[in-house]
Design a protein around this ligand. Sequence first.
Ligand code: FAD
Length: 354
Amino acid sequence: MTQHADVVVVGGGQAGLAAGYYLRRQGLDFVILDAEPAPGGSWQHMWNSLHLFSPAEHSSLPGRLMAAQAGETYPDAGHVVEYLADYEKRYDLPVQHGTRVDAVRRVGESLLVETDTGTWRAKAVISATGTWSRPFLPAVPGRSTFAGRQLHTVNYRSPADFTDQRVVVVGGGNSGAQIAADLALDGQVEVTWVTQRPPRFLADDIDGRALFDVATARRRALEEGRDDTGGVASLGDIVAVPPVRAARDAGLLAAKPMFSRLTADGARWANGSHTGVDAVVWCTGFRPALSHLAPLNLRGARGHIPTDGTRTLGEPRLHLLGYGDWTGPASATLIGVGRPARDAVREIAQLTAR
Ligand code: FAD
């Protein structure tokens, strides 16, 4: 049996919930379909020691401030999960957990959303599936021959899994720095951190708040036709959260240039030397989880889906939310997703009113 809703939101992480908040305020008929059996999106799967890079009050979705976590300036992932679960309940958002969307198709005036629990017919769809389910691994020589353990950020939990092992952490972003710091501070793991270019630490007094301010100033400048003030990337890549700062200041976070290849039992460096390695942790990023949109044939040059704001150019009834700056400045953050969610819902309300 096919069910109906004016709007189907695919994904019930923070982006899907922010969309739900505005859909509820608009009085639209909607459902949120989420593959996770429980609330919290990808925050449920972060590693044990992960803390946000902004204080709670700067990590909030529209309508409801995140409460501070006792004893922590920067809340941990468990605190975010609790916040999202509470948000879902407080706004009575119709999230159907445990439902995976396989495909979205055009059928006449509607979009058909096919899931593993049935089919929905909608006037508009918001895709908010994040990136966590699509970890990216680079093509590095010898990767398939390495006989040790290989993990991605998504599989990393804690240093206890690597006691007395030699671990190479690959990646010069926040995940790479934080996981390398986590392992190094443990003191029982031999860590080598490798990055493609020298790591760029942000100044110690810059956290997520300042990054959001920079992104906001840039958006305003561009909207008002002024010169580009430069994005967050112009400042650096790595937020010096307390563990990263501690490891760096203790001299434990000296990055090496990338190895030239992996071998069966280690890494070969550019100068020909070889180091034995037990495990490699790839902190090499993510790609947007968009395979459910394949039937719509929206990809343009270089596989990118062109958008105007959040609305896809190839399908005006479809909005992409929370995937990064290309779907709204800072849209892949807790504090940043509210604005593009509001704009997407406003456009959808106009569309469905026609
Ligand atoms: P997700 O949280 O991934 O939620 C997407 C949901 O959609 C999931 O529940 C998933 O199961 C579901 N889904 C996926 N595919 C389907 C499908 N086909 N059908 C149905 N459901 C589906 N942001 C901050 O603001 N502050 C921070 O400090 C911060 N730290 C971060 C640290 C790390 C290591 C990472 C990776 C990110 C961090 N971010 C931070 C960025 C961002 O806030 C998170 O990535 C956030 O989880 C993205 O939310 P989302 O709702 O877009 O995606």
